[in-house]
Write a protein that binds this ligand. Structure first.
Ligand SMILES: [Zn+2]
Length: 172
């Protein structure tokens, strides 16, 4: 059995700025009003014989959305971003940033200095819809698993506004 949650109608949304380094059009900082669609397959169980309670799933997805909302999304594993004042292998530890006020990085000949509180650092190569859908799926699985559900498959779409998005499907 499968449950389906539509991100626009269920208000699973976030608005963020991002950059796709070295991309012609998307290499400048710009933003999207994202929304997240979710399909979960699994065994029905418990008193109500749900696959998963809609509220539990929406709470989990919203928690991830809230972390990203109104932030600049920074892919710390991106090969084209040179982070300054951090270790040279580009294997960044998020705690390294705890006391820093600004995030400094360069992409080719452009230098950026952003208040750290305006950024969210993600362990990704890109902040594309493709990578974000994988990120959301893994985070959602962890959270929903902790709530005691037996999930077989999650298919999760991250949409960059209406009309384009990436769908990642994972069997667990
Ligand atoms: Zn974009």
């Amino acid at each position: 059995m499968k449950i389906i949650i539509n991100g626009i109608h269920a208000n699973l949304r976030f608005s963020s700025a991002h950059i796709i380094p070295s991309h012609d059009l998307c290499g400048s900082i710009h933003g999207h009003s994202y929304f997240v669609d979710v399909e979960i397959e699994g065994e029905r169980s418990g008193k109500f014989e749900f696959v998963a309670d809609f509220k539990d799933v929406k709470d989990s997805v919203r928690k991830i959305c809230e972390k990203l909302d109104h932030k600049v999304l920074i892919p710390i594993n991106n090969a084209d971003m040179e982070f300054k004042g951090l270790n040279s292998s580009n294997k960044l530890i998020l705690n390294d940033f705890k006391d820093a006020k600004y995030l400094n990085f360069a992409i080719q000949n452009k230098n950026y200095k952003l208040p750290i509180e305006d950024c969210v650092l993600l362990p990704l190569k890109h902040t594309s819809a493709e990578e974000l859908s994988k990120y959301f799926t893994c985070k959602l699985f962890e959270d929903i698993q902790n709530k005691g559900y037996n999930i077989a498959t999650i298919a999760l779409g991250v949409n960059e506004g209406i009309g384009q998005g990436a769908l990642f499907k994972k069997e667990f």
